[in-house]
Design a protein around this ligand. Sequence first.
Ligand SMILES: *Cc1c(COP(=O)(O)O)cnc(C)c1O
Length: 369
Amino acid sequence: MTVQTNNMIPWAEPTLWGREEEYAVDALRSTWISGGIYVDRLERDFARYADARQVLAVANGTAALHLAYLAADIGVGDEVIVPGFAFMAAANMARMVGATPVFADIDPATWCISAETVAPLITSRTKAIVPVHTYGNVCALEPLLALGAEHGVLVIEDAAESIGSKYRGRMSGTIAPIGTYSFHATKTITTGEGGAVTTSNDAFAARMRLYRSHGMAQTRYLHEVAGHNFRLTNLQAAIGCAQLEQIDRIVAKRAEVWSRYRARLLALPGVEMQVIETDVDPVMWAVGVRLNYAHFPQGRDAVMNLMMASGIETRPGFYPASAMPHLYGPQLLPISDALAASILVLPSSPSLEVAHIDRICDALASFAR
Ligand SMILES: *Cc1c(COP(=O)(O)O)cnc(C)c1O
């Protein structure tokens, strides 16, 4: 099942374990290769899986965020609070609609923003708070939603990395009024490129449908707003339908991988793992470790090179906002900066077997002192 070349353990692998090929060929033969029945089915199936009121399939997770901001009428003069350490699509889309991304530092244990780090940043211009559920953990949402409610600020969950993760029994991405997902090849379910946006608010859903498809609603060629084309194709959606049929199996395998890593790494000196609070039931998309430089004096990047030389592909933590002053301006984010420099993401595919994980952990242990 694993696609390993030269005995190299890849950082991620898509899990095409079901009827992906059959459904993609069916979509192709139907000649409905742009829109079609698989798009509607994916939206229905995903709504059922996540228990979401409204689901829009879209071209990718970044377009999902862009639509969410358009739905919320975020634009010039507005501020959007995003994490200082995370994949930066939420910050970039704030820029794209003319708003200013304001960076909150993260919690050193969960690696996510919290009400404590966000509260001091709220101003009269704050239009949205975007908790990013990094690596599959879920931000402490209840205090963030309470903070948003107190100030009349919308919360938008970026659940691209937390498909299937639950917070207090509810699916991440469906707890705030809007949530976004990515179906990129590395993500927990994939359509190659693709994504979805969920909302409990029918007015937001209507605006997002409008912007998703050229700003046209009832009348063809009559544009109500200057919209995008952010649609997912029927060919991609066909793959997504097959992925959703397999999601319980994918989630179960991810749980096994996470559990084996925890058993090995929690016992390894010099390595800290992301803390998952008890009200989160995570589907870990990526297994990150924070290296303590007392045990890894060679530094994170050198460890990555050593792992690569041992046939193990790893990834660094995201660059923090402070590393991109040309985009975001100067930042004071001590925890984001420290974590970004010391996090190493280990191979995290659900196809990994115990023997692979042991090989990875043995290699990492051998580089510690
Ligand atoms: C992957 C990802 C995205 C972007 O999704 P694409 O489908 O690649 O556009 C957005 N936010 C986060 C947190 C991600 O990990």
